[in-house]
Design a protein around this ligand. Structure first.
Ligand code: NAP
Ligand code: ZN
Length: 348
């Protein structure tokens, strides 16, 4: 199979800084779309992955799965995209399309396992998939999203992972009017969850460990902000129907399970590497659930993009040059970002 060589930025080990490298992209097949990458968000999963927190990294690794670009070529069978279209790719670039979950549009639960847009065995070209910290991307048209006409396209990039990862559980657990929805952790995922849960009509309470974020949480739409280190504030807080836990590090989930109503759910989307301890008494009393959610399917991702466009929702971003990506990763590790880094890929 013919391949093209392009510039990318990636990691060669868990300890060395990321650097510029040349990678191969497959030539466009009849069903493929190729696009020039314009912007790519930096998700905490990119950081977990290049640092090998989950033990799954294969080097060299090119991260990036909040990818926005402009179409440069389409295969002969592609009818839904044309050269010049503004498109996006999130986490999923391949699934079996046959199993129950793929048929339901929930490719994220594909029984054969999905191919992620980066650091995933590439069933078409062999080797591993390389993500969006690169000049161009190629994948099948089924996994390409149509970008609505966001004025600030760079700040819309984080919707491709952070946006769908919070939209999907908020919709599933019905974060609508009359519901008390807690958002735990106000980072890339959490700050978008505030905006999306508000737009869905819920009463939103933010639990943050950072005093410096309380004003922003209100500005973004939170009805109540609770500083999690303040026992009095925690005690005074009303009980929640659902708490969406976006925390990236180990933490005591029992404190939040105790803030749920009867039948309430604590829904994990954060992916700390070590197992979390759940006290049986905490869930037994009040018939509570401790559950999780994983990104979202392609159709739901398109639905989320259209929803965010309609409600004028994009991320709060810091746009960076590719040469500053190592510094950005260090800052993300320390929680020093308000609230998502996005790389301007023209700088690669
Ligand atoms: P992020 O921007 O770093 O935000 C994480 C937030 O968690 C921080 O801003 C902080 O919020 C809080 N936090 C961090 N360390 C903490 C600690 N030790 N104790 C208490 N709170 C802490 O990360 P992100 O990009 O939003 O991603 C969050 C997590 O979701 C990551 O683990 C990522 O891998 C995972 N993720 C999962 C999926 C999925 O499909 N399930 C998809 C994408 C990402 P405060 O300052 O407000 O406390
Ligand atoms: Zn992500």
């Amino acid at each position: 199979m013919l391949k093209t060589h392009i510039k990318a930025y990636g990691a060669i080990s868990s300890t060395e800084p990321m650097r510029e490298m040349i990678i191969e992209r497959r030539a466009v097949r009849p069903c493929d779309v190729e696009f020039e990458v314009l912007y790519c968000g930096i998700c905490h999963s990119d950081l977990h992955s290049i640092r090998n927190d989950w033990g799954t990294a294969v080097y060299p690794e090119v991260p990036g799965h909040e990818i926005v670009g402009r179409v440069t070529k389409v295969g002969s069978d592609v009818t839904i995209f044309k050269t010049g279209d503004i498109v996006a790719v999130g986490c999923i670039v391949e699934s079996c399309q046959c199993c129950h979950y793929c048929q339901q549009g929930e490719e994220q639960f594909c029984e054969e396992g999905i191919t992620f847009s980066f650091n995933s065995p590439d069933k078409v070209s062999g080797g591993m998939t390389y993500g969006g910290f690169s000049k161009s991307y190629v994948c099948e048209d089924k996994y390409v999203l149509n970008m609505p006409a966001f004025k600030d396209l760079a700040s819309a990039a984080p919707l491709l992972c952070a946006g769908i990862t919070v939209y999907s559980p908020l919709k599933h657990w019905q974060a609508t009017e009359g519901k008390n929805i807690g958002i735990l952790g106000m980072g890339g995922l959490g700050h978008l969850a505030i905006k999306i849960a508000k737009a869905m009509g819920a009463y939103v309470t933010v639990f943050t460990s950072s005093p410096s974020k309380t004003e922003d949480a209100k500005r973004l739409g939170a009805d109540t902000v609770v500083l999690s280190s303040d026992r009095e504030q925690m005690k005074a807080c009303k009980k929640q129907d659902m708490i969406l836990d976006t925390v990236s590090a180990n933490h005591d989930v029992n404190r939040y399970i105790n803030m749920l109503k009867v039948d309430g759910s604590l829904v994990m989307v954060g992916l700390p590497a070590d197992p979390l301890k759940v006290g049986a008494f905490n869930i037994v009393h009040g018939r509570k659930s401790f559950s999780g959610s994983n990104i979202g399917g392609i159709a739901e991702t398109q639905e989320m993009l259209d929803f965010c466009y309609k409600h004028n929702i994009v991320a709060e971003t810091e746009i960076i040059d590719i040469k500053d990506v190592n510094r950005a990763m260090e800052r993300l590790e320390k929680g020093d970002v308000k609230y998502r880094f996005v790389i301007d890929m023209a700088t690669l």
